[in-house]
Design a protein around this ligand. Structure first.
Ligand code: KIV
Ligand code: ZN
Length: 595
């Protein structure tokens, strides 16, 4: 293979360059003193900054609601992955969202990490989203200020259709608001990003005026959202080029791509934007997000990585962490990855067809353009066995990036021992599933204590379940028959919990290969009535879906656990909503008219 070809495919593959200990350095040295100079350097350089919005736009996927501990784990893992900026949430949405962003800013946002070459580098910037009003901006500032690199990301719609029907504002009013609010955000925070929402369908000449005002008011990152996933790669690339070249001061600020995937073009549009001079991409793991989702981190990063001659650019992503991060996000959000999904789908590196295998054996580049190990697949599969002790397990979990207390390690160890008794080897995938399954449950309303099922060819499927109501400590038993064992279990649980819901998705998978594999069950339930529910940052109603996941060698028990998790999330959300309604009634949460 020639050197050039090698570069195109694999030169940048290599060791994982990661260490898990927090480097002992003074974190204050990583503050950016001169934001304008920093932006100018990035805008004229070859590094594309990765702005991950899994915890904000991604969490807006129906049913993807994450609780605090899950958000924390994902945030830690995103830092290990090497994202430059992490949009941790929308602090004005609720006190819970504000708290989560604050916690991420004060921990992950203050923790130096290792870069892809093992170097010590700055913690990620922590961004909080804010509509263009003072209340939202104050909340965002309060949430992110603990980070070494805090960022306020404020937005206002600029397309005619949004301004006329949603905002009910004239162009002049929008221009004035952008100037005032960016300036206000800038008075609180050195790093301000501005997004003209629905930029993809906005009048480019008006956009130039809006962006000029934003730059003059102090924004150093200008994000151009294709909010409804309408543009084509040629159009989006041309828009970025036009805005960069025409907006006064545009060449010295960072242009950013934010594309939705309604036509399946999000990654193509983002890459086109990058080729037109954008130096930040806004992405989510697995492409999750509202409707058809956002640009996927793994696709855009790997395209830039695998095709260096085409793009001539690089990112700071530690690609070896991609698979693990994708897996964690899928597990915690309950958003299952389609098998043929590029980069992270189960079939992405599987070469089943005989003709492909023959070619692969002769030369692996005949049908494979990147190594599975580049995204961290098939690397260390190690593995613990039934004789491994708690210390070995703790070390392993730490090296996998989990931050567990002694108490949590004890719980995981008990589950690990049970599993190791049933299964000869326990792989990293098993451990990831087990940690996700066992820990980080919110305070649960109900706990599953016992489940028994009778089923078979000549039996009416019958289930008996025992649950504990945690508020009272009371144990309750329910029994039911069903069309199958899972139906019987769910009916028995319903008899006790009495929370109406519809099962809208049900998926059983195996975590690893082999007959003794752990079963991994993902379900999604929907609240049948139409009570008002939380809105997204853009003011859209969210569908009331809750996901649950259960992992066990016995798949009926896994089904019961998945259902309990979804039910508990549903009950928890109903409680928080009641809390939010109370705050709104007291007038503390001001929702901008039309936003
Ligand atoms: O899609 C969109 O317009 C957004 C903005 C808030 C940046 O997510
Ligand atoms: Zn978006």
């Amino acid at each position: 293979m020639s050197k050039a070809n090698q570069t195109e495919h694999e030169e940048m593959d290599g060791g994982d360059g990661m260490a898990d200990e927090t480097p002992a350095v003074d974190v204050e040295q990583f503050r950016i003193e001169d934001m304008k100079a920093y932006a100018r350097e990035i805008a004229h350089g070859d590094t594309v900054l990765v702005f991950d919005t899994t915890l904000r736009d991604g969490e807006q996927s129906p049913g993807a609601t994450l609780h605090m501990q899950e958000k924390m784990e994902i945030a830690h893992q995103l830092a290990r992955l090497g994202v430059d900026i992490m949009e941790a949430g929308f602090p004005a949405a609720s006190p819970g969202d504000l708290e989560a962003v604050k916690k991420i800013a004060n921990t992950v946002g203050r923790r130096p990490r290792r870069g892809k070459n093992g170097e010590i580098k700055a913690p990620p910037s922590i961004a909080g989203l804010a509509r263009a009003n003072k209340n939202d901006i104050d909340k965002a500032e309060e949430a992110v200020k603990g980070a070494v690199r805090p960022r306020i990301h404020t937005f206002l719609a600029t397309s005619d259709i949004h301004m006329q029907y949603k905002l009910r504002m004239s162009r002049d009013e929008v221009l004035e608001t952008v100037g005032d609010m960016v300036q206000y955000a800038r008075s609180l925070c050195a790093d301000v990003e501005f997004s003209p929402e629905d930029g993809g369908r906005s009048d480019p000449e008006f956009l130039v005026k809006v962006l000029e005002v934003a730059i003059q008011a102090g924004a150093t990152t200008l994000n151009i959202p294709d909010t409804v996933g309408y543009t084509t790669p040629e159009e989006y690339g041309a828009l970025i080029r036009y805005l960069r070249e025409t907006t006064p001061g545009g060449k010295d600020v960072i242009f950013s791509c934010h594309c939705h995937n309604d036509l399946g073009l999000a990654t193509a549009n983002t890459l086109s934007g990058v080729q037109s001079g954008a130096r930040q991409i806004e992405v989510t793991l697995n492409g999750i997000g509202e409707r058809a989702g956002n640009t996927s981190l793994e696709e855009s990063v790997m395209a830039i990585h695998v095709r260096p001659k085409t793009f001539g650019l690089d990112t700071n992503i530690v690609t070896q962490e991609i698979h693990r991060t994708s897996d964690m996000v899928s597990r915690y959000t309950g958003m299952v990855i389609q098998p043929n999904k590029a980069i992270v789908g189960a079939n992405a590196f599987a070469h089943e067809a005989g003709i492909h295998q023959d070619g692969m054996l002769k030369h692996k580049r005949t049908y494979e353009i990147m190594d599975a190990s580049t995204i961290g697949l098939n690397t260390s599969k190690l593995v613990l066995g039934k004789h491994s002790g708690k210390h070995a397990l703790a070390k392993k979990l730490e090296s996998m990036g989990f931050h567990l207390s002694q108490e949590e390690i004890k719980e995981v160890f008990n589950r690990f021992k049970d599993l190791a008794d049933k299964k000869k080897t326990v792989t990293e995938a098993d451990l990831e599933a087990l940690v996700g399954d066992e820990l980080y449950q919110p305070v649960e309303a109900w706990e599953l204590l016992d489940v028994q099922v009778h089923a078979g060819t000549n039996l009416t499927p019958t289930a008996v379940v025992k649950l504990r109501e945690n508020a009272t400590g009371e144990q309750k038993i329910g029994a039911a028959i069903g069309t199958g064992p899972v139906d019987a279990v769910y009916r028995a649980i319903n008899e006790i919990v009495k929370e109406p819901n519809n099962l809208v998705e049900f998926l059983v998978q195996a975590i690893t290969e082999g007959m003794d594999a752990n079963g991994d069950v993902t379900i999604r339930i929907e609240v049948p009535d139409s009570r008002g529910y939380k809105e997204t940052a853009q003011g859209r109603q969210r569908r009331r879906l809750f996901s649950g996941r259960g992992v066990e060698t016995d798949i009926i028990v896994a089904c019961a656990k998945a259902y309990m998790q979804a039910l508990n999330k549903m009950i928890d959300a109903a409680h928080s909503e009641r809390g939010l309604e109370h705050i709104e009634a007291e007038g503390e949460l001001v929702i901008e008219a039309g936003a």
